[in-house]
Design a protein around this ligand. Structure first.
Ligand SMILES: NC(=O)c1ccc[n+]([C@@H]2O[C@H](COP(=O)([O-])OP(=O)(O)OC[C@H]3O[C@@H](n4cnc5c(N)ncnc54)[C@H](OP(=O)(O)O)[C@@H]3O)[C@@H](O)[C@H]2O)c1
Length: 241
């Protein structure tokens, strides 16, 4: 590369690229926000816990660099407002990480029907709404869409309705990739094994940390425009299943 040419994969020093993250108040989303900021991105932080988002945005440098946008991903109007807030603040969107989600007990006689409904609305419908809300802005930027599925979205776990929702997310990633082919938008499925986050009531042992998944996200984001990393499955070394 001559000294006249620019490496288009690297964030421009003048205009930092913008990454919107749902589920940014905690765990994988918060870790990704921290690493993205460290690597020169501006971040839009979305989740329901406004105070946690405000504290993280402050930690990451305030509104010039990190914007807190309270949003329940199950609500279409709130998702549209979330994207509009990002565009109002930063004028564009280079990447969106649909990461909000939660789990449940294994066994079709466990949890409540209401818990299943919330899980579908958050993990599946919420992710689909994030795709829908961000496509126009990502089309303009030839941007990048990432979705958090799971190891549980690649292999069926006994009695796990959560695994069912994550199989839907895995399918959604490939469906979106094919749908968006030709637009310049790249699509990446992030499929973590066990990660030590508040996802679990009891702290897991030998688990990954949120920053281990954040590095996978940044790896996909840092590829040159002609490279679309479609799936990244990351397990802790000690995880058998
Ligand atoms: N931890 C693991 O082992 C693991 C493994 C594979 C995949 N995953 C997936 O990774 C993603 C992140 O989970 P995590 O492990 O980082 O757990 P976490 O720390 O509990 O984070 C979950 C995030 O989702 C947000 N969220 C939940 N419902 C929401 C809603 N209706 N609207 C907006 N935001 C909502 C939560 O924020 P608020 O409560 O503030 O809304 C929180 O920021 C999830 O999709 C999960 O299924 C986790």
């Amino acid at each position: 590369m001559s000294s006249e040419q620019t490496d288009v994969s690297a964030p421009s020093p003048d205009v930092a690229p913008v990454l919107l993250i749902t589920g940014a108040s905690s765990g994988i989303g918060a870790a990704t926000a921290r690493l993205a900021r460290a690597e020169g991105w501006r971040v839009v932080l979305a989740a329901r816990s406004a105070e946690k988002l405000e504290a993280l945005a402050e930690e990451l440098g305030g509104p010039e660099h990190a914007l807190a946008v309270p949003c329940d991903v199950t609500d279409w109007d709130e998702q549209q407002r979330m994207v509009q807030s990002a565009l109002d603040a930063y004028e564009g969107l280079d990447a969106a990480f649909a990461n909000a989600g939660f789990g449940g007990a294994r066994g079709f006689l466990k949890d409540t029907p209401e818990h299943w409904k919330d899980m579908v609305l958050t993990n599946v419908y919420g992710a689909a709404l994030t795709i829908r809300a961000t496509i126009p802005a990502l089309s303009s930027s030839k941007g990048h869409l990432l979705l958090t599925s799971s190891v549980a979205g690649r292999r069926v776990l006994p009695g796990s309705f959560y695994s069912v929702t994550k199989h839907a997310v895995t399918a959604m990633g490939e469906a979106a990739r094919q749908d968006l082919n030709g637009t310049g938008i790249r699509v990446t499925l992030i499929e973590p094994g066990m990660v030590d986050t508040p996802f679990f009531e009891n702290k897991p042992t030998d688990a990954l940390q949120g920053e281990d998944i954040a590095r996978a996200v940044m790896f996909a984001l840092s590829q040159p425009p002609h490279v679309d990393v479609n799936e990244i499955l990351v397990r802790p070394t000690a995880q058998a299943g």
